[in-house]
Design a protein around this ligand. Structure first.
Ligand code: ADP
Ligand code: MG
Length: 339
């Protein structure tokens, strides 16, 4: 029998994480006190951080591979939403003290292996982080960096009255995929269930789209809390209103089948998060540019509504969803919120 080796903090860094830093000169091999991030003159660094805690954002029975792939993709979705180019990322890891050393080693092996695949897909490397033991649950924080020509970033606050509201890809798949992972949606065929589950487990940050929307879109956000909730964030930041049409919201064949079987699932289409598509606004004059970008990326970019001026006197809602009959749909189930 192999004698188990107890891995110390530095051995963990050296064995599992330094290889992920090999392609980033600024990481200094994870052997210095800090990393160096360089950007071209005239560029700004865009920074965002996400914390994932066992029992809150994932369950321990979720595979280390899923946690790694999903975590990094979700973190870089914020970089996509800003229209920035992915630069690098950092990882802070709090490992439960109660884990046996073999469990820790197995988890780190699988976690770092999948992190490598995902960072290659995004085109970045790990440049630093922290590794600690905790009396609490497993938790990790991913801090991601992007670069954008100063002033060209896509903010939430740029939407203007008259803008068209667009969303990329299809909406609601991930929320339905979570139901699949919980054993629901048995009436769908295997391929459909598989497709929905993959959209939840392995979201793709829309980085290429974000880059192409610079100078075209007025405002953008990624769909992490739900289409309605995230568009509402844009409206709030821009001090405008929006009206979207339920019947225009792009949904996949699998989602359509799920909604046909059980119409109550429709709420998940506009309030379920986790798709990591981009919702953005652009002037009418940009319609041709947007059609071309969609065609070049092979990605549906669907107009779902319009932005209007906000009447600051009236207590009107910022966001209206019209049903297929033209009547307003209630938004009581607006999106996922932690508090
Ligand atoms: P300090 O004691 O000065 O805080 P550490 O010993 O925590 O430094 O970290 C040493 C080096 O290893 C640093 O460059 C740090 O960024 C890197 N590092 C530590 N943990 C991780 C991790 N989980 N992922 C990537 N880099 C890490
Ligand atoms: Mg440290």
């Amino acid at each position: 029998m192999k004698t188990p080796t107890i891995l110390g903090e530095f051995q963990i860094i050296e064995r599992f994480f330094a290889p992920l830093a090999a392609t980033a000169p600024g990481a200094l091999g994870l052997r210095d006190d800090a990393a160096i991030v360089s950007v071209a003159p005239g560029c700004s660094v865009v920074v965002s951080t996400d914390t994932l805690i066992e029992g809150v954002h994932f369950l321990l029975q979720d595979s280390a591979a899923d946690i790694a792939a999903r975590g990094l993709a979700v973190a870089f979705s914020d970089i996509a939403a800003m229209g920035a180019e992915p630069l690098a990322y950092m990882l802070s890891l709090s490992l439960p003290q109660v884990w046996a050393s073999e469990q820790r080693e197995r988890w780190l092996e699988s976690f770092s292996g999948e992190l490598r695949g995902e960072q290659q897909a995004i085109g970045v490397a790990l440049i630093g982080g922290d590794t600690v033991a905790t009396p609490g649950p497993l938790s990790l924080t991913l801090t991601v960096f992007g670069a954008v020509a100063t002033g060209c970033e896509l903010r939430r606050s740029g939407a203007r009255p008259g803008d068209v509201v667009y969303v990329s890809g299809s909406v609601g798949d991930a929320a339905l995929g979570l139901l699949v992972l919980k054993g629901d949606l048995q009436e769908l065929d295997d391929a459909q269930r598989q497709m929905l589950a993959v959209r939840f487990r392995r979201p793709r940050p829309r980085l290429d789209l974000g880059l192409r929307l610079r100078g075209v879109a007025h405002a953008a956000a990624d769909v992490s809390d739900g289409l309605v909730a995230d568009l509402d964030h844009i409206c709030e930041a821009s001090d405008v209103c929006a009206t979207i049409e339920m019947g225009r919201i792009p949904i996949s064949q699998a989602a359509l089948a799920a909604v046909r079987a059980e119409p109550a699932r429709r709420a998940r289409i506009f309030s379920g998060g986790d798709d990591y598509e981009l919702v953005f606004t652009a002037p009418l004059a940009a319609a041709d540019d947007i059609a071309r970008i969609g065609a070049e990326l092979g990605l549906a970019l669907t107009a779902i509504g319009r932005i209007a001026a906000r009447n600051s006197q009236a207590s009107e809602p910022r966001l209206r969803v019209l049903g297929e009959d033209g009547n307003e749909v209630s938004l009581s189930d607006g999106g996922y919120s932690h508090f």
